[in-house]
Write a protein that binds this ligand. Structure first.
Ligand SMILES: C[S@@+](CC[C@H](N)C(=O)[O-])C[C@H]1O[C@@H](n2cnc3c(N)ncnc32)[C@H](O)[C@@H]1O
Length: 275
């Protein structure tokens, strides 16, 4: 890898390099980039070129492609994933889980998995909900996974700007979060007791997900929008192996499993159950 701290002018992203990059990203992560994403790819990788000292996208990509163990490979994946998320996003899903817990008081343990958890908001939202209804010491666990190491590091930090707390509500903020003071004012931290119930790890959903174990609740939301039908099928095949009989799968309201074979019963437009 080259090294240079000077800002560099670099060549434009050629169509050929764009094709190679998108093919590689598709094979690695299942993410499909349409033609209109070319300028987005150029701007997102531009910073990587500056950081690494490469003068053109082709040489930079050649390095990434041949060094999948190198940290630059992860920077490349980080740069090309979209990580937008927030607490209690698509609140109907959390309401559904709440009712599920209430109507199954005899159920001993709950295992939830936020697949493609981004910076952790979805996993911590699930944890808050489960703690609300089963107690912080209840028999439940939340796992969060993502392909991007950058967002997983944020999830582990569990440190968020206060303006992003909208969905949490005052009561839960008091119960599960610590308000930053001094230099940390304007931020909050997830409390250690809640954090201890949530584990994060890197996982590429296009590969085996066996290490997750069997889950009652799988949230796989706002990630399949980046996949084509072939990738969706590949991912769903892996993910469903981890869903218990009777367990539920949640996708985003903006996504669909049309043309994907899954064998699940559709309960609501974005909620499915393994029967
Ligand atoms: C828009 S975020 C969704 C976050 C959260 N699930 C939500 O709905 O708010 C999509 C996440 O999917 C992750 N992702 C993309 N491709 C992936 C793959 N093949 N395996 C695992 N995670 C992936 C990205 O890194 C990103 O953090």
């Amino acid at each position: 890898m080259k090294s240079s701290l000077l800002p560099l002018e670099h060549a434009a992203l050629t169509q050929r390099d764009f094709e190679l990059i998108r093919q590689f990203l598709y094979e690695e992560a299942g993410i499909f980039l349409s033609d209109i994403k070319k300028s987005l790819v150029a701007s997102r990788l531009c910073r990587r070129l500056k950081e690494t000292g490469y003068e053109n996208y082709g040489d930079y990509f050649e390095f990434v492609k041949n060094h999948s163990e190198h940290s630059e490979y992860h920077h490349f994946i980080d740069a090309l994933t979209t990580n937008e998320t927030f607490f209690f996003r698509e609140i109907e899903h959390f309401e559904f889980v709440k009712n599920l817990i209430k109507t199954h008081p005899q159920k001993k343990s709950w295992q939830a998995w936020s697949a493609a958890c981004s910076s952790g908001e979805e996993a911590y939202s699930l944890a808050m909900l489960l703690a609300d209804h089963l107690g912080i010491d209840g028999q439940w666990q939340v796992q969060g996974s993502d392909i991007s190491q950058r967002v997983l590091a944020k999830a582990e930090m569990a440190h968020y700007p206060l303006e992003r707390n909208d969905g949490i509500g005052f009561e839960r903020l008091q119960k599960y979060c610590l308000k930053g003071i001094g230099k940390q004012s304007g931020t909050f931290l997830i409390d250690e007791t809640l954090k201890a119930k949530v584990t994060f790890f890197a996982m590429n959903l296009t590969q085996s997900c066996e290490s997750v174990g069997m889950c009652d609740l799988i949230f796989i939301r706002n990630v399949m929008i980046y996949f084509d039908t072939v990738s969706k099928q590949r991912v769903i095949n892996h993910v469903l192996k981890q869903l218990k009989v009777g367990g539920y799968l949640f996708i985003s309201h903006t996504e669909s499993l049309m043309h994907v074979k899954h064998g699940l019963k559709q309960i609501k437009p974005s909620i499915y159950q393994r029967i």
